[in-house]
Design a protein around this ligand. Structure first.
Ligand code: NDP
Length: 291
């Protein structure tokens, strides 16, 4: 078997086109969705992310507000900026780019964002809302993975899913979303026993580990769907957490790196900004952009 390669880049481009159409419809009602991105310091990867977020925000017709602060900014100044953005009616979504410099308390900063503008979905209230099945802002990367899985598989009910990784930004919310779609979910991590054996029973494997080529073909049940969240910079360029060469011989479908989950993350950030704008204006949630 040769796995179908799931084209996340094309899926994300379609999603952005749909979002742009919705934004144009909102514009007719005098509403312009606005996304504020805050970058503290000069981490090169973060600078790249922030630049492409700003560009794509404008491409779909939203307003983009960028705030760049020096690495030695006192936390109180960052919190004051977040407060101003919370109160600004032109700003519907606020994203504070992580990681923050060591002298800052990330949880305190994230939890200072108004939950309804928390388009990253990391605020403790959104985490609780997702876990309890309430309307939430859902973290962008797992939301993108969910969209790709539903597109490929239709209903996820009854599927065995293994999520490798238990981070707050990917693994845990991914598990919540799969559970919400009635998959049977196992969350694996560095202390998990017999991970290959667990994966061999899985219809869905989501790898969010941060280790190049970690998941091998002989771990995979024939026909399974494999989602590779990993982004690892190696001498061979950007590679995922899945060993594509061996896995594609066994899986039914898999995402590549690059061009799989990565483009979905920014598209889902825009989707969340649209959802936040709709909710702020008393409009129904845009179709298909929320779990
Ligand atoms: P973290 O480092 O926060 O989490 C990694 C997880 O992998 C941890 O839960 C860890 O377990 C687990 N792990 C580590 N080693 C093993 C092992 N040998 N066996 C099983 N599990 C293991 O990473 P993130 O969740 O933030 O990110 C994961 C990957 O996804 C990274 O490559 C990151 O760059 C990428 N990423 C990609 C995004 C995208 O847009 N495509 C967005 C966000 C992240 P333990 O908890 O026990 O330590």
């Amino acid at each position: 078997m040769t796995a179908q390669i799931i084209d996340g880049k094309a899926f994300a481009a379609n999603l952005r086109t749909r979002i742009a159409t919705e934004v144009a419809r909102m514009n007719e009602q005098g509403i312009t969705p606005g996304l504020a991105v805050v970058l503290v310091g000069e981490d090169p990867a973060s600078q790249v992310y922030v630049r492409s977020k700003g560009r794509m925000t404008k491409e779909v017709g939203m307003a983009s507000f960028e705030h760049k602060l020096p690495a030695d900014t006192p936390q109180a100044d960052l919190l004051a900026l977040v407060e101003r953005l919370n109160a600004d009616p032109a700003v519907n979504g606020i994203l504070v780019q992580l990681p923050l410099p060591d002298h800052m308390d990330e949880a305190a900063v994230i939890n200072a964002i108004t939950p309804d503008k928390d388009v990253d979905g990391f605020h403790i209230l959104n985490v609780g809302r997702l876990a309890t099945g309430q309307k939430a802002m859902v973290p962008c990367t797992p939301l993108g993975c969910l969209m790709l899985l539903r597109d490929r598989l239709g209903s996820l009910a009854g599927k065995n899913a293994v999520v490798i990784g238990r981070s707050n930004i990917v693994g845990k919310p991914m598990a919540q979303l799969l559970l919400r779609d009635s998959a049977t979910v196992t969350v694996a991590h560095s202390r998990t026993a017999d991970l290959p054996g667990l994966c061999r029973h899985a219809d869905i494997v989501v790898a969010a580990v941060g280790r190049a080529g970690f998941v091998k073909g002989d771990w995979i049940k024939p026909g399974a769907t494999v989602i590779d969240v990993g982004i690892n910079r190696t001498e061979d360029g950007l590679v995922g957490d899945v060993d594509q060469a061996s896995v594609e011989k066994v899986a039914g479908a898999m995402t590549p790196v690059p061009g799989g989950v990565g483009p979905m993350t920014i598209a889902c950030l825009l989707a969340n900004t649209l959802t936040a704008t709709a909710r702020a204006n008393g409009l129904p949630d845009p179709e298909g952009l929320t779990p």
